[in-house]
Write a protein that binds this ligand. Structure first.
Ligand code: CP3
Length: 328
């Protein structure tokens, strides 16, 4: 049976999440272990998923580094004073995640107590490129112009920034392992903005340092979007499992990554908006490409969209289980 979980399986598409968000901000939920625990468990109660992912946000480490931010309604994250110069990079303060992010670690312990072995818990953090892009752009970007300009104009400062991010993220992930996560996903959501040669020069050593620090203590997933042209580079940076978005057929991606690694993906999240017949048809096509080969984790190519009907997510999780059992 193919295991299934969904990126953003907790969130706005669920009534019970929206109800909590009426009373608390996203950051309040992230910083209150009772609330983060509740939201982590909401999808596990509603969907037949085979994993929970700790409810948190990729940007949390930016604040203790010296880059405070907030989420602005309808606009997404906004960093108060984004990095503009090499001097701004030298002002960043490495920190101890067991202190500054202890609320995430407390939530992990609390979730594990409640799950009691029912399904594994995935912890996560952002990879250096994606974190740097928020720190430099100040929010979301379409072309990553500021990030790439800094990278090209001040390569030494860029590498210092990524070394700092990689050290902090490595510490944070080790602390999550100590707190009890069963697996880790490293999100490099926006790294598809780079070509293979820039990836190798500016990103690969820093992301690899993170996987090296984890050193096989728990299984790891390395995820990005828009990565069809840099899959080999992502693989070389590390990860027992490589996450693949929907823009490339999964069998083609897997052949390039190599069958000695597992893969995760890659249904287009917009298919969950409906109609269900097309969602099922494309799920059949995806499972057909896998052809019963061991080492596939079913997921979407990116996160669940807020306008997704929860019934479609429920049906899909169930469908993947029954259809993949038939194929084996
Ligand atoms: O269920 C899960 O997947 C766990 C929770 C989770 C959140 N953020 C909660 C969240 C995870 C894994 C993340 C990671 C994250 N955060 C990423 C990488 C994953 C990806 O989607 O590529 C990124 C880039 C961020 C930064 C971030 N957080 C952005 C750009 C936004 C705003 C965009 C949006 O969707 O509104 C967020 C907000 C955020 N983080 C929400 C959730 C559920 C939105 C919900 C809300 O406002 O209540």
């Amino acid at each position: 049976m193919t295991p299934v979980w969904f990126m953003r399986q907790a969130g706005r598409y669920m009534d019970e999440y929206r109800a909590l968000r009426q009373r608390y901000s996203l950051l309040e939920i992230c910083r209150t272990p009772d609330l983060a625990t509740e939201v982590t468990l909401q999808p596990v109660r509603r969907l037949s998923v085979d994993a929970a992912i700790i409810f948190s946000d990729l940007l949390l480490p930016l604040d203790p580094l010296g880059l405070p931010f907030d989420f602005i309604k309808g606009e997404g994250p906004q960093i108060e004073r984004p990095i503009e110069t090499p001097a701004d990079i030298d002002r960043l303060r490495p920190f101890e995640p067991r202190d500054a992010l202890s609320h995430v670690l407390d939530a992990i312990r609390q979730v594990q107590e409640e799950l009691d072995g029912h399904v594994p818990l995935i912890g996560f953090a952002g990879a250096p490129f994606t974190l740097a892009s928020y720190a430099i752009e100040g929010g979301h970007s379409n072309n990553f112009a500021k990030t790439k300009s800094l990278m090209y104009a001040h390569p030494d400062a860029w590498h210092r920034l990524c070394e700092t991010l990689s050290a902090v993220v490595g510490d944070f992930l080790l602390a999550q392992i100590e707190a009890g996560v069963d697996a880790l996903q490293v999100f490099d959501s926006w790294v598809g903005a780079l070509d293979a040669s820039d990836y190798r020069e500016f990103v690969l050593p820093h992301t690899r340092a993170i996987f090296d620090r984890i050193g096989g203590r728990v299984p790891t997933i390395h995820f990005g979007t828009g990565t069809a042209t840099i899959l080999e580079e992502l693989r070389d940076a590390g990860g027992d499992v490589i996450g693949v978005d929907w823009r490339i057929p999964l069998d083609e991606a897997w052949a390039r990554i190599g069958h000695d690694r597992a893969v995760q993906g890659n249904l287009d999240p917009t298919l969950l908006l409906g109609p269900p017949a097309r969602m099922f048809q494309q799920t059949d096509a995806l499972l057909g490409r896998v052809g019963g080969r061991a080492g596939h984790i079913f997921n979407l190519g990116h996160g669940i969209l807020p306008s997704t009907p929860v019934e479609h997510v429920q049906m899909l999780a169930h469908y993947v289980h029954t259809a993949s059992r038939r194929l084996r």
